[in-house]
Design a protein around this ligand. Sequence first.
Ligand SMILES: C[S@@+](CC[C@H](N)C(=O)[O-])C[C@H]1O[C@@H](n2cnc3c(N)ncnc32)[C@H](O)[C@@H]1O
Length: 366
Amino acid sequence: MAENDKTHVAMTAGGAYSLATLGAKDVINGAWPIVLDAIERIPDRPGSAFTFSDMGTADAGTSLEMIGDAIAAIRQRFPERDVQIVYTDQPRNDYNVIFQMLHGLTGQASYLDRFENIQVMASATSFYNRILPANTLDLGFSATAMHWLSRKPCDIPDHVHAVGATGTSLKEFQLQAAKDWEIILLHRAVELAPGGRLVLVNFGVDDEGRYLGNTGGINMFDTFDAIWRGFVKDNMISEAEYAAMTLPQYYKSVDEFCAPLEDPTSTVKQAGLSVEHCESRVVRCPFAAEFQSHGDAARFASEYIPTLRSWSEATFSAGLHKSRLDVERDEIIDNFYDTYESMVCAAPEGHGMDYVHVYLTIAKES
Ligand SMILES: C[S@@+](CC[C@H](N)C(=O)[O-])C[C@H]1O[C@@H](n2cnc3c(N)ncnc32)[C@H](O)[C@@H]1O
């Protein structure tokens, strides 16, 4: 794989991810009625463990409460069956913190204190590969993860994100995203037991054209882009570094999510998957919402920027030329987020990262 194609995806480690991303937890908790509905529809498989996977879990903190509620519902529905929770993410993820959190070493309440005999395990296999044995998955869950592509199809010459791409680069991202979505679904089709369900909560573009950080106020990705372009203009980074900062992400529309699940000739449909529920939702940026009541711009800026940094820093840092010393790299990256923080502090109105997600329940035929 060429250096340019690699995706540099890493959330901040040591449990900092879930602390910085309170909004992601709101998104997951909001999915609870959909998860419960899926649990109620999944057929019994007496004698086998009920397997629940949380794909792209990061430090597992944001899904902890929802999975506790899911276990209660699964236990009530299938009291005789073992319950197995499989946390999955990429090889570079911090898995220690998942187990520390679950086993009470971080001071957070864990569902393992509430229930006996829950088998918890983790896999560092990407969701672009097969994670579980065939026909063993009852309920696959994933939140805010599958917008990360398996590879960056190209550098976008004039923006840092596909939401600002046009022409050939937009086409390349659309093609890559469609291919990746098909791969994700085909692997899950094999893993799912007959009648099993997927509840996938992914960043997307809604029917009004809204997406993460673009819901009517100041566009977050345009702000990222403007700051980096300013750094190019001031000779702090090169044009090539700016181009290499393209985030390997794509936000699908509702139609793009549903296309392979609805087309009777698609490989996904033929593998037995279909859409059972689909809706898009906007979840308000918690930091911007709090700012409306406390009114302290400096506090808002200092609380808000870490959430952006938690998922964008790895890609931006990897875009800087490899000849740069670590100290120089850190300085540029700090400067970037400090610049964004100063902008928010000076003129806070309109800033915020509202979440726009497409919530899907997908069923495998029985
Ligand atoms: C924004 S975090 C979401 C974490 C959590 N699910 C939540 O909603 O708060 C995205 C996670 O997806 C993971 N991820 C990205 N690409 C992945 C892949 N190909 N396979 C598994 N996990 C992946 C990242 O490592 C990261 O932990």
